[in-house]
Write a protein that binds this ligand. Structure first.
Ligand SMILES: N[C@@H](CCC(=O)N[C@@H](CS)C(=O)NCC(=O)O)C(=O)O
Length: 338
């Protein structure tokens, strides 16, 4: 008797979990739009262009997911979030996906109950200072005022770094990157600290970028990646494998230019499974077999997205570094498409 009640409860819990698991995909399809959380603006990563159209390296993740799920990379409602508001926006269901240079940490994953679906940029925290200050190392910053975005890992790492080096600082808390930029340029703080990619982006918008130096210390690991709510594994799978599809596409030489041609079939079984001419991976995701073709066409493979938005030929000027493919000495490594 007891046993059957117990089993009944389990069966019910199973059904409830099944219903929850389908929720985000169904919601997105019913709405016809993906609600994607991004920054309030970080050039190269996420910012509206002159026509108000969002573009950037993180924006590309939103567009690829929208293309995979809805067949339209423009079917995205971009929701600007700050370091403080991003997690509430995701937890409350205001957004379906957060793609906003967010560091994958234990407590965000486990305690805040999110699911990081991968890493789209391996980063670390750095410092920028006016050249005229003559500082050559972060260890010389004893007593400095430091502009810092609240609600970030940056805040916590800064405290750790100064404490372990036995030096002191005065934080100047700010909410957005735009505010940081303004305060820093106005001299409200001696230095600005954030993810090194954010520093490169910020410096690129300065009138005289060469008047500012990025100090040599990288004081933390900041694996940045998109995340979804914990507990909706079906939706998490879609986001995870869309990002993996962009990474794998680069590894296999599938680009926005040749994807249509390769989607007719190739001699490479992995490419065929990725592009849906062999197997039924799309169906396993609850999508169709062209999902990855559409994701890749949206903004190109990972390498194309990188080069177009933040690469060495853009004002941001970031080298691939750790973000090169594993076959090129980097850390990018998509699990097998099989
Ligand atoms: N990766 C860190 C920091 C993220 C962060 O807030 N970065 C800043 C500077 S790179 C940013 O995105 N600012 C854009 C904005 O203010 O909307 C975290 O996850 O806590």
């Amino acid at each position: 008797m007891k046993k059957s009640v117990f089993l009944g409860t389990l069966a019910f819990a199973g059904l409830a979990a099944g219903a929850a698991a389908a929720a985000t995909l169904d919601d997105v399809k019913a709405r016809g739009k993906l609600n994607c959380g991004v920054t309030t603006g970080l050039v190269g990563f996420a910012a509206p262009d002159a026509n108000g159209v969002w573009e950037g390296f993180d924006v590309a993740v939103c567009r690829a997911v929208a293309a995979a799920v809805l067949g339209d990379p423009t079917a995205v409602e971009f929701v600007p979030t700050t370091g403080q508001t991003r997690f509430t926006a995701l937890a409350s269901g205001e957004i379906d996906l957060l793609a906003r240079n967010t560091t994958w940490t234990f407590s965000r994953d486990v305690d805040l109950k999110f699911e990081f679906v991968g890493i789209n940029y391996y980063d670390g925290q750095g410092f920028i200072a006016p050249r005229e200050l003559g500082v050559t190392s972060a260890k010389e910053l004893d007593g400095a005022t430091v502009c810092i975005q609240t609600g970030t890992t940056t805040e916590l790492n800064l405290a750790d770094f100064f404490r372990s080096n036995n030096i002191s600082y005065e934080p100047v808390p700010i909410e957005t990157n735009a505010e940081a930029q303004q305060q820093y340029l106005a001299g409200a703080c001696d230095v600005y600290t954030t993810d090194a990619s954010g520093l490169a982006s910020t410096r690129a918008t300065f009138e005289n970028p060469a008047d500012h130096v990025i100090l040599p210390e990288i004081i933390s690991k900041e694996p940045l990646g998109p995340l979804v709510r914990h507990g909706d594994n079906e939706w998490g799978d879609i986001a995870r494998w869309t990002l993996n599809a962009l990474i794998a596409a680069e590894e296999y030489g599938v680009t926005s230019a040749n994807v249509d041609e390769l989607a007719k079939g190739t001699d490479n079984p992995e490419i065929n499974r990725l592009l849906g001419t062999e197997g039924n991976l799309g169906e396993m995701l609850g999508l169709d077999n062209q999902w990855a073709v559409r994701a890749i066409k949206a903004g190109g493979n990972y390498g194309e997205v990188f080069e177009k938005n933040i690469g060495e030929n853009t004002p941001i000027g970031l080298a691939r570094g750790l973000n090169a493919q594993w076959t090129d000495g980097g850390l990018l490594y998509a699990p097998p498409f099989r």
